[in-house]
Structures are given as C-alpha cells and as structure tokens.
Design a protein around this ligand. Structure first.
Ligand SMILES: [Ca+2]
Ligand SMILES: [Ca+2]
Length: 206
C-alpha cells in the first residue's frame, strides 16, 4: 500500500506483494485460498505504561528476516489493527506466500505516516504512543526491555492455505522504564500536504 505518490510515478505501476495480497483477497482467483496463507492476532495493550485493552490503528507487518530492503528486513504484507474488529485490536495479514515471517508492529506516529493519512477507520483514536514491537512467541510480553530489537523476533511459519491465528503482540509505551502513562488517543492530527520523503507505509520507522 502506498499512501503517498512521490516523484517516481512509474514505480507505482508495478504492484508489490502487499498490493497483490489485498487485491487478491478482494478479487481472489480460484487458486488463491489454497496457494497463500494468512496470519492474525491482536495488539493487546496492558503492558507497562499502557492502560488495559487493545491498540487501535497500529501498523502490523509480516517481514522476511532473510531478505532486506535498504538494510532492513523486507516488508511483505501489512495491515492495521482495529478495535472495532476485536476488543484488543484485531489484525489479519492475508495473501502470504508459504514461508516464515517475523511480525512487527509500529504506531502511526508520523514517522512517516499519521493516522489521518491512511483511511477513515484510523482517523480518530489511533494508539500512537507505543514502542515498536516484534512478535516474540512465548517471550512476548508488555514488559520487554527492547521490544523493537529484531533479535527478539520469533518467526511464524505459514503454509499454503493455512490460517494461523492468535499471534498477539503485546505493546508498551516509551515511558515504561520511567513511569506509567496512559495511552493517549489524539483526536487532532496534521494533514500532510507535501511528501518530503516517499516511503511505503512502515517501510522504516526509524
Ligand atoms: Ca516482542
Ligand atoms: Ca511486546
């Protein structure tokens, strides 16, 4: 998904994996359900520094650790958590080619995307003051010392036609180490009028 169009307009003529995944989900070929898999889960808050509940409009991405783009693990398919789809912020990543994926969550904190730039469902109430977090399997918690460290990622295997569920990423705030602060759901946000750097959603949050 490309929320922005930069100066290289020809690049957008070639669909990326996530473009293919979402279009295929909406308009599936007969072979689609048996050829691709999906992963779903929640984004519970309730970690250190967070109120109990779930995170809304958090960007969740399936990434390949064995492939890099710009020195970072390649993003394959991304989506957003939605409170209205599940009390703890449900997300589902469709159209995944069989393989192993690291699951990564980041807030729409304006680096580079704000919640208003995505869709109407993310305009209000997005959870933005959380740390990036890699899904860590049995070590996943809301009290991880360095949740954004890729070395904490646990790979999730998905087979062709398989639906993998329950891969919850429990998030915490940046204030976790110094004291508890409630998650703030800002109602106002800026509207970007000019793209300074063209970047795919969540291509890099650093
Ligand atoms: Ca983690
Ligand atoms: Ca965590």
């Amino acid at each position: 998904m490309f929320p922005f169009l930069g100066d290289d307009i020809t690049d957008s003529r070639v669909p990326d994996d996530d473009d293919v995944a979402w279009v295929s989900k909406i308009y599936p070929a007969p072979s689609y359900p048996s050829a691709f898999g999906s992963i779903s889960g929640d984004v519970p808050t309730g970690g250190t520094g967070c109120s109990a509940g779930g995170a809304d409009a958090v960007h969740v991405v399936a990434r390949r650790l064995d492939q890099t783009v710009g020195g970072q693990p390649r993003m394959v398919v991304g989506t957003y958590s939605y409170i209205e789809d599940g009390a703890q912020g449900r997300w589902t990543l469709p159209g995944l080619p069989p393989g192993q994926y690291a699951l990564w969550a980041e807030p729409l904190d304006g680096s580079p995307v704000t919640n208003l730039q995505v869709n109407s469902r993310t305009q209000f109430g997005a959870t933005t003051n959380i740390l990036e977090d890699w899904y860590s399997g049995t070590n996943e918690s809301g009290t991880e010392p360095n949740p954004g460290d890729v070395s904490t990622a646990t790979l999730v295997t998905v087979a062709a036609g398989q639906t993998v569920t329950g891969k919850n990423i429990t998030v915490q705030t940046a204030a976790a180490a110094s004291g508890a602060l409630p998650i703030v759901a800002p109602l106002g946000a800026l509207i970007a009028t000019r793209l300074i750097r063209r970047r795919r959603v969540g291509e890099s949050a650093s």
